[in-house]
Design a binder for this molecule. Sequence first.
Ligand SMILES: [Zn+2]
Length: 247
Amino acid sequence: MTRRNFLLYSSALALTTLNAEQLYKSDVFLSANEYTALLSLDYRLTQIRRHVGFGNFNLISYGDSLQIAKMNPKIGAFTNEEISLIDRFFYDEPSKYGFYGERTCYNLDNKISKKDVVKIPRTGHYIFKGKPTQDYERIIGDIGHTLYLTSGVRNTIKQLSLYCSKLRRVKGNITQASKDIAPPSHSFHTIGDFDVGKMGLGSRNFTLDFAKTSEFEQMTKLEYINIRYSPNNLDGVRYEPWHVKII
Ligand SMILES: [Zn+2]
C-alpha cells in the first residue's frame, strides 16, 4: 500500500461520514491523527480570535498567537501535533493537492504593522496603504457604497484559520479544500488583494450570486480592475468574482 493510499485508508476508517466512493478518488486526505489535531487547532484559533477581536485577528502573527495561547489558561498552548500540522500547511508544496497558485509568503511568522494598513470602518477589515487603498477607494467612488470590503489583509494565522475551518467542513479532504481556499503561505490577501461584496447579500457574496449583481457588472466595466481567479483559471481555484487582484 502506498503512503497516500494508507493515509486515505486510515482517515476513511476514522471518518465515518466518508462514503465508499471517496475511497477510490485520488483526493488527498489528512490522516486520522492529523484530523484530530485539525479539530483542536481550529478550536484554539477560534479562541484566540475571540480573545484578540475579529479585526486584530486579521493581522496578528504566528509568534503573537503562540504567545497569546500560552499566556491564557483558557486557551492553552498549541500542542506539538498542532504545530506539526501548521508546518505542513505552510511548507507543503500544494500542487500535489491541485493548487497551482504561487507562494506569496515565505515566513510563517510574517509581521504586519498597523502603520502599513488602513482600517476600513464598519467592516472589521484592513487594506494595505498605497495602491490597494487607492484602488479600493476608486472602486467605491465609481460604484457606490452598496459595494463594501468583505475581506482585506490576512496574515498567515487568519489564512490558516480559514483553511482549517474549510478542511473541517470537507472532513479533512485537502484536495477539496484547496479548490476553495489558498493554503496559509499562498494567499494574495497577505500581500495586497481584497474581496468585495454587495451590501445585504451576506455570505452569498462568496458564491456565484455575487456575479449576478449590478455591482459586479459595473466592476467588469472598470478598466483598472482585474479578478484574480477567473473561470477555469490555471491556479486550480474556483471562480471568485469577488476577489480583486491588486498585486
Ligand atoms: Zn479573496
